[in-house]
Design a protein around this ligand. Structure first.
Ligand code: F6R
Length: 251
């Protein structure tokens, strides 16, 4: 595991963009596992800029997103499909045929989950999986539970996640209660995992996930088992790690 320090959100975003860009440069046809939320927005801005500058091309990349809210159409402005078009796909040279996100409108949830697993399998797995981390340690929408669910599945979002995500919606009542999420299987099999975290609100869960017990009660703790894990975080998110395990952080 490598933990890369940055002073602030901009620094974290720059470090993370460099890690992802190096995978794309070394393997233009790579499979990118992507995330939404507030953590990756700055990183995506860097990637958009480098693509616009002609330094980076996504024309041969294939992508697979972690998750989508059940019930939201891709053109709903709170859907993750919309987020990805707005923050990345609509601004880079990616071929939209190579983009994969679970369908929030699928009539048959089980069939959608099976289809999504087959898509990931057919691509030969993920070269680099980008992850944010929830306040309760969720990765994707793999919420704390008594086992690590391996495949794509439908989850009931926890109260803590609904509370955290209500900031994106007009009201808490508008936050969907269910989501489809990639399971832990493709995440742990990814050839590289990039975890990003910013802000003091993530300090406790980041330390617990990376240095505490590996348990499905803290889904991100499984990341300790990943041989090639890079963590890009800012000083506020790293505050507890800097206090307890300063030697683990690369400045
Ligand atoms: C998003 C996702 C979630 C977020 C997590 C952190 O696709 O899978 O696990 O990464 O909820 O969200 P932010 O970055 O908004 O703090």
């Amino acid at each position: 595991m490598r933990i890369l320090y940055a002073k602030d959100y901009e620094g974290m975003s720059f470090n993370a963009a460099k890690v992802l860009a190096s995978v794309v440069i070394n393997k233009p046809g790579c499979v990118l596992g992507l995330a939404t939320g507030s953590s990756p927005i700055g990183m995506y801005k860097n990637l958009v800029k480098w693509c616009g500058d002609g330094i980076l091309s996504f024309s041969k990349c294939r992508t697979v997103n972690l998750d989508e809210y059940v019930g939201l159409a891709p053109d709903h402005d709170m859907s993750y499909a919309y987020f990805m078009r707005d923050n990345l796909f609509g601004k880079i040279d990616i071929d939209m045929k190579n983009v994969n996100i679970p369908s929030g409108l699928a009539a048959d949830g089980d069939a959608e989950c099976a289809r999504y697993d087959a898509v990931i399998e057919s691509m030969g797995g993920v070269d680099i999986q980008l992850l944010g981390i929830g306040n309760n340690g969720h990765i994707g929408f793999n919420e704390p539970c008594d086992h690590f669910p391996l495949g794509t599945h439908k989850v009931t979002l926890t109260e803590s996640t609904i509370e955290a995500n209500k900031r994106f919606f007009a009201s808490k009542d508008d936050v969907p209660r269910y989501a489809y999420t990639m399971g832990i299987g493709p995440i742990v099999r990814a050839r590289k995992v990039l975890l990003i975290a910013s802000g003091s609100g993530k300090a406790e869960i980041l330390e617990k996930s990376l240095f505490g017990k590996v348990t499905p009660e803290v889904p991100a703790s499984i990341l300790q088992m990943i041989p090639d894990l890079v963590v890009c975080a800012d000083e506020a998110a790293l505050s507890l790690i800097l206090e307890k395990h300063p030697e683990a952080v690369e400045r």
